[in-house]
Design a protein around this ligand. Structure first.
Ligand SMILES: N[C@@H](CCC(=O)N[C@@H](CS)C(=O)NCC(=O)O)C(=O)O
Length: 204
């Protein structure tokens, strides 16, 4: 049985969203997005940094949302959400899947820290401005790639549960400019998917 260790409004939403899209059975360990749960001994035993998501599959424990995505698709159910290795869409699928944590989430993290997490007197406007500019630059190729497409590689895929979630977070932080019309409508399309709505609503 799969168990997802989850906190609302975190990257764990992308894993729950994937499980819902695939219709896989799972158990949810719903924690608060708070050190009392995330930094508890029980959770640190699952993830050395006390972060989410963490997936347990019987005696296997796995962290890193991208790795968890690949594990679920490869070991449990592909559900058409990952192109075959020899399919023409495969290279773009891989690129966008990894672009999420590689390029988009680092500035998102900094923005969250300097707008929401730090007390006001410790927030740094220069650091925040740099991260906002970096995020806008990182989002531009996604907006370009979505021209004439509903999803990143055409059909909906697990690249959308990863990078799409990062795009949704960016938009909620007010960092997707109106000029990025492809990205704006992509975010709206993703937010309308029932599996996303379900994952996004848990614990809120
Ligand atoms: N690269 C990791 C990042 C995990 C991560 O930083 N998760 C955040 C939630 S979005 C977290 O647990 N933060 C709690 C903390 O920093 O204490 C992944 O993709 O799973």
């Amino acid at each position: 049985m799969l168990t997802l260790h989850f906190a609302p409004m975190s990257r764990a939403v992308r894993t729950l969203w994937l499980l819902e899209e695939l219709g896989l059975p799972y158990e949810l360990n719903q924690m608060a997005f708070h050190p009392k749960d995330l930094k508890s001994d029980a959770h640190r035993a699952r993830h050395p940094l006390g972060r989410v998501p963490v997936l347990e599959d019987d005696d296997i424990t796995l962290w890193e949302s991208g790795a968890i995505t690949e594990y679920i698709l490869d070991r449990h159910k592909n559900g058409g959400l990952k192109p075959a290795v020899d399919a023409p869409e495969y290279p773009a699928y891989l690129q966008w899947l990894h672009y999420c944590e590689g390029m988009v989430m680092p500035p998102v993290n900094t923005i969250v820290v300097h707008t929401l997490l730090l007390p006001e007197d410790r927030r740094d406007a220069t650091v925040l401005g740099q991260a906002q500019r970096l995020l806008t630059k990182a989002l531009a190729p996604i907006d370009d790639a979505l021209a004439g497409k509903e999803y990143l590689i055409g059909n909906f895929s697990a690249a959308d549960t990863m990078l799409g979630h990062a795009a949704i977070m960016s938009n909620r932080l007010g960092c997707v400019p109106d000029e990025m019309a492809n990205l704006k409508s992509y975010v709206a399309r993703l937010e309308a998917r029932p599996a996303f709505k379900k994952a996004d609503s848990v614990g809120k």
